[in-house]
Design a protein. Sequence first.
Length: 263
Amino acid sequence: MFLSLMQNEWTKAYYRNKFLIFGIVMLFLVAAGAGISYFFSNYDFGEPVTPTTSLEFAVNSLNNLSMIVLIFTTIVLISSVTSEYKSGTMKQLLIRPISRTSILLSKWVTTFLISVLFLLILAVISFLVGSVLFENEASFADSIATLGLWILYNIPTIFFYLVFGLCIAVATRNSALSISSVIVLYFIGTTITLFLLRFDWVKYLITANLTLQEYSSNEYLNFGGEPIMGSMSLGFSLGVIAVYSIILLVIAHLVFKKKDVLS
């Protein structure tokens, strides 16, 4: 039954949110980024220029475009909740012998898998484009390993943002507010952390634990970054993300279970 719910959510997301248009936009942005990188790698500015490598381009594409993937999948998730309230299709789901927990989780799990799929596709396209235009400094195996690590480091972050968006959507039934909340948290999270850096307890804030690439020893992923506090570790940040995510999921579940969705 749960798999049927997920299949239903995938079908609705596919037709409602225009996956093809999103894919075309992403291809355009990758191509535009490749053109700009190629220009600056080959144009003579009168100073030595460090050529862009294929792996470097692929990682930069993921860093720059993953935000768009997050925003799009957040819209997919939130619209799957709020649109069904507005259209009344939530009533049709509830008259079936399905628990509200299954309904809510099917929406979240489907969207989470969509986001991971999009990241995989983006990584493959970026690497292929980079391999055509730029020098392949790293071996194929090292390139695949680095891109795979990038995805693994960023999956927990996307996991949290989707949980956060789901919780706001269930509580407010307002698409604009829910999407805006995710975008605002994404952009001001680092600023909040830096502003409160003088306090020891800042390491327990979710915003201080969402950049997991800083724990990597891979030069393509780390960019010289380091945890905001020496006592923090990858396991610590994953634990913080898990705690916040579980709390938000429980809140979303309780609100969705008790709220009168038939109104």
